[in-house]
Design a protein around this ligand. Structure first.
Ligand code: SF4
Ligand code: SF4
Length: 367
């Protein structure tokens, strides 16, 4: 995407935010489309692949109807995810359909199929490839041989001229070598992000303790301060570093007073974000998967969207959601930050603010 295209899309998003604020309404500006549960990977922390056998993928026509309806409801930003979305034979068709409906498309993939199918994904605005660290760390989390396959994909995507972004999931097992991925991103001339998934729920031996999570966020911040090409903005990182409760805690409406007293950000994800799972369930966000949603087969997409507007939670510490929620808060500073991130992610350039920042010329900038 060219910078002018991004400006145009930014204006569309701002217009929808303004309209929603003026009318007190909700608009699903950002849609996460889980186009399949199937996957050719084997990450031990996966929460979608275990359902691959239970549900068949929706047909191309059905997916296009969903995309069409979302675009009609105001969606501008489509994140195509799975499972492994590139396993779908029609992935190129779906991407092109979103583009024809005027959407920005971000593809989230493990990268294994990029070399073979790069022509199918040329129309994406950004491709996010999962990689959890160096070969040993990545293969321990994502399966033997996955590092080599992901790197082939990343190389093909970069050589193919796509905007690439690396994304790592941090667990107790790979948190020690946090610098590897930002350094690799810098060496490849791309950007990166990290997250952890403790809010997904359940008990897992790979979850980090609160102390480990806070240390991880502090280290993440330090890496960003050193000038590595990290997309997550400092406001979101600082917010989760200061989060004063257990990281797995989600607050609900009956706790509003405590949330206000603690000065926590009120989540507006259910006002502007929709997740459509491969089996047709509609949720407000990742942490609410399996907890608060409705299937679009029970009365259609719009009805499911209305339903998730009643989501009873009001704030949590999921860094991806915090970042998005802050961007949607219509605070001029936050909007500018979000635009800077989008510029790096979708246009591939450095945002003007970053070019002017002392980071890029610091003598301790990583080499
Ligand atoms: S690549 Fe994604 S969908 Fe596939 S196993 Fe890993 S986490 Fe699950
Ligand atoms: S507070 Fe917001 S991001 Fe967190 S679980 Fe609830 S809806 Fe999702």
């Amino acid at each position: 995407m060219k910078a002018t295209g991004l400006l145009r899309q930014g204006a569309r998003i701002a217009g929808r935010l303004l309209k929603a604020r003026a009318t007190g309404g909700r608009i699903p500006i950002q849609a996460w489309l889980f186009v399949t549960n199937r996957c050719n990977g084997s990450c031990f922390y996966c929460f979608t692949r275990p359902y691959a056998k239970e549900f068949k993928d929706q047909s191309t026509q059905c997916m296009e109807e969903i995309i069409d309806e979302l675009a009609g409801m105001g969606t501008v930003h489509f994140i195509v995810i799975g499972g492994e979305p590139m396993l779908r034979q029609d992935i190129g068709e779906l991407i092109r359909f979103i583009r024809r409906r005027g959407g920005i498309v971000e593809l989230r993939t493990n990268g294994f199929l990029i070399p073979e199918k790069i022509d199918e994904i040329r129309d994406v605005d950004s491709v996010c490839v999962s990689l959890d660290g160096d070969e040993a760390a990545n293969d321990a989390s994502r399966g033997k041989g996955s590092y080599a396959k992901a790197m082939r994909g990343i190389t093909a995507a970069i050589e193919g001229g796509l905007n690439v972004h690396l994304h790592g999931v941090v667990t107790r097992y790979n948190v020690r070598n946090l610098e590897y991925l930002p350094r690799l991103a810098r060496d490849l001339g791309v950007h990166m992000t990290y997250n952890n998934t403790v809010i997904q729920g359940g008990e897992r031996d790979w979850y980090m303790s609160d102390e480990e999570i806070r240390r991880f966020y502090r280290d993440y911040r330090a890496l960003k301060e050193k000038g590595y090409p990290i997309l997550t903005n400092l406001s979101a990182i600082d917010y989760v570093i200061r989060w004063p409760y257990p990281y797995r805690r989600i607050f609900y409406r009956n706790e509003m007073e405590e949330v206000r007293r603690s000065g926590l950000h009120l989540c507006n994800i259910p006002r502007y974000t929709i997740n459509v799972s491969a089996d047709g369930y509609v949720y407000p966000c990742g942490p609410m998967f399996g907890k608060f949603g409705r299937n679009l087969r029970e009365g259609g997409l719009r009805r499911a969207w209305e339903y998730i507007g009643e989501c009873p939670c009001i704030t949590c510490s999921d860094i991806g959601c915090v970042y998005n929620s802050m961007a949607f808060s219509f605070n001029p500073r936050r909007l500018l930050e979000a635009f800077g991130v989008a510029l790096k992610n979708y246009v591939g350039g450095r945002c003007p603010a970053q070019s002017a920042s002392p980071d890029s010329s610091r003598s301790d900038a990583p080499r």
